[in-house]
Design a protein around this ligand. Structure first.
Ligand SMILES: Nc1ncnc2c1ncn2[C@@H]1O[C@H](COP(=O)(O)OP(=O)(O)OP(=O)(O)O)[C@@H](O)[C@H]1O
Ligand SMILES: [Mg+2]
Length: 302
């Protein structure tokens, strides 16, 4: 028995011959914020829709709260709140009225409405028509609609889409508070690592439907390396390789070793052999670069 809130096994979705999701096994633990990362078209929304029973998997299985999804779908989904792609609301009603519809439909306590309006900081705007809300306010209403039943599991598909940095920061703080304050588990998708870097405890990285990495972000972080600038990099490289150093496959001379004694040895070796060293500096790829390399999107895609 484990304590996974979401567990998929070899989950696949075939859209007329194309595998949008390919044998995906993800594991989301209780009370964590799980960042589901991948570029456009990676399959994030498709996975989330399967977790909500909005799409049928072609293969594989899903467990929510340790129970088989297929045979307990309705009971399990009563504990799940979600915001998939665009929030859906009635633009000609106020924020309050939108929440009231769900509150009545699900027979939730009336107090929940004010409570979530305060959580998402829309209380002062609750009587405004939603069509007059800003994008950020609409997004926050979307989250309010998803949490008004105080679900045990919250599924958020790119909730920061289209928001400015301040709006992203606000949503981030809001989401971060949910696990402890309200005993929720959150899975949140994004195509920008830095957006969820500060809130996710675990990340799953998906590209072309396949899971490339699942774990703590710290484990994705590259070890430090040392870049050398010399008057003869070609000769220096040969010399270092002959002594067993592992170099990065780059134009520059980068020693892939973080042990200081080894770097000191390399410096002595080069100097002894009359190679001028102009600088030695520690380099490390940012997490964003590691992620972009992994998903093959380095260099920017329009
Ligand atoms: N209903 C559908 N019919 C056919 N193909 C679909 C359908 N829904 C999604 N796809 C395809 O599945 C793949 C994954 O799409 P999905 O929307 O899950 O990606 P995503 O990771 O959510 O991307 P984005 O970051 O752009 O939202 C894409 O190639 C998409 O064209
Ligand atoms: Mg999507």
């Amino acid at each position: 028995m484990n304590n996974y809130i979401i567990e998929t096994e070899q989950l696949s979705k075939d859209f007329s011959g194309e595998l949008a999701v390919n044998q995906l096994s993800i594991h989301v633990r209780k009370n964590e914020i799980y960042g589901f990362l991948g570029p456009n078209g990676a399959g994030k929304s498709t996975v989330m829709k399967m977790l909500l029973g909005l799409l049928q998997p072609t293969h594989g299985s899903i467990k929510l709260f340790n129970k088989n999804f297929k045979s307990n779908q309705n009971a399990l989904l009563s504990n799940v709140g979600s915001l998939i792609e665009e929030p859906s609301y009635y633009a000609n009603l106020t924020g309050y009225e939108n929440l009231q519809i769900i509150q009545r439909l699900l027979k939730l306590p009336k107090e929940n409405i004010d409570k979530v309006l305060k959580i998402v900081k829309l209380y002062d705007q609750k009587d405004k028509l939603v069509k007059n809300y800003s994008l950020g306010m609409k997004q926050r209403l979307g989250i309010a609609l998803a949490i008004v039943k105080f679900p045990k599991l919250l599924i958020l598909d790119e909730p920061t889409n289209g928001l400015d940095p301040a709006g992203i920061q606000e949503i981030r703080e809001l989401i971060k508070s949910l696990p402890q304050k309200y005993d929720m588990t959150v899975i949140i998708s994004s195509h920008i690592l830095s957006e969820i870097e500060q809130m996710a405890t675990t990340v799953g990285i998906i590209n072309k439907g396949k899971l490339l990495f699942e774990g703590r972000l710290a484990d994705l972080e590259e070890d430090e390396k040392y870049l050398f600038e010399t008057n003869d990099d070609a000769r220096a490289k040969k010399m270092l390789i002959s002594k067993g150093f592992i170099l990065d496959d780059e134009k520059e001379l980068i020693i892939n070793d973080k042990r200081k004694a080894n770097i000191a040895f390399a410096i002595r070796l080069l100097v002894k052999n009359d190679i001028d060293i102009y600088q030695v500096r520690m380099v490390r790829k940012s997490l964003e670069d590691v992620f972009l390399d992994m998903t093959g999107r380095k260099g920017g895609v329009s």
